[in-house]
Design a protein around this ligand. Structure first.
Ligand code: GDP
Length: 269
């Protein structure tokens, strides 16, 4: 008697592999995911300080993928970076008014090899920073986002109780042309532990409209919500075989204009 091929949907919870080859281990997506995030977190834990650059021309040229973290002051950027890299004070907020701010680069990679870089950009919108310093930094940041050749992805941190501010939206507009050239961006709604489920859903819906083209995730450093998924995403971006590297810049540097933004006091922590 000839064998009938198995057709139609497999019963719920059963993998076709398991039916055809009962002696082999079925694929276990949950386990795979956990293994992937463990690999990603171990990789992120290799983060070490590389350099600090007060101006764009102080940044070293690099040919590995770079992932930039941006966000309004007090959005939870330092805490999120420290949580993802499992370090206590690798990134720290520099909120002292008038203090010189810099782009800090951290190298990632096992055995001392650098296969990617994290760039921690200074938090913006702090009320007490003099207007001139604010404008200078807005310009540096916009130019960095538009011209850094090896920029692979941008992670924007946003406190959902405050929502995306005008400057957040301007920065998203700045990177949009590069998104078509392969730049990924992710908006993290931080401090998710402070939101009820209803508030979280509402914040996600609002942010979804503002961040078309990017990914959006709720994140809590405190409760470790989203940590594994974000680590996994960063790892994937940094090890994307399709990535071409340099030459993705789609716009020339331009003046960021005279937009003084984010003057609200940083009262929400
Ligand atoms: P940065 O200025 O963006 O670097 O912000 P920080 O990382 O310094 O965080 C600003 C404030 O938010 C601090 O008081 C943090 O303790 C707090 N914060 C950061 N992440 C979380 C979080 O996941 N949950 C809660 N509840 N607070 C957080």
């Amino acid at each position: 008697m000839s064998q009938r091929p198995i057709q139609g949907p497999t019963p719920r919870g059963l993998h076709l592999d398991a039916i055809l080859n009962p002696n082999t281990t079925p694929s276990e997506p949950t386990k795979d995911r956990a293994a992937n995030s463990e690999i990603a977190l171990n990789w992120l834990h290799t983060a070490r300080f590389l350099t600090t650059a007060p101006q764009l021309n102080n940044l070293p040229a690099m040919d590995v993928p770079e992932i930039a973290f941006v966000g309004r002051s007090n959005a939870g950027k330092s805490t999120s970076i420290n949580t993802l890299t499992q370090t206590r004070r690798m990134a720290f907020a520099s909120k002292t008014p008038g203090r010189t701010q810099s782009i800090n680069l951290f190298a990632l990679g096992h055995h001392g090899e650098t296969d990617a870089v994290l760039a921690d950009l200074p938090g913006y919108g702090y009320a007490a920073v003099p207007k001139e310093a604010k404008l200078r930094w807005q310009r540096v940041m916009a130019n960095y986002l538009m011209t850094r050749p090896n920029l692979r992805a941008v992670v924007m941190l946003c406190d959902p109780r405050r929502g995306l501010t005008e400057l957040d939206e301007i920065l998203l507009d700045v990177i949009r042309p590069r998104v078509t050239a392969g730049l990924d961006f992710l908006v993290l709604l931080t401090k998710a532990d402070k939101l009820t489920r209803v508030e979280a859903n509402k914040a996600m819906s609002i942010a979804k409209l503002q961040t078309a083209g990017g990914s959006l995730k709720l994140f809590s450093a405190l409760k470790r919500q989203g940590v594994d998924e974000v680590a996994d995403l960063l790892h994937q971006w940094a090890h994307d075989p399709q990535w071409q590297g340099n030459g993705q810049t789609s716009r020339e540097p331009e003046d960021f204009g005279d937009q003084s933004l984010g003057d609200a006091p940083d009262a929400v922590a």
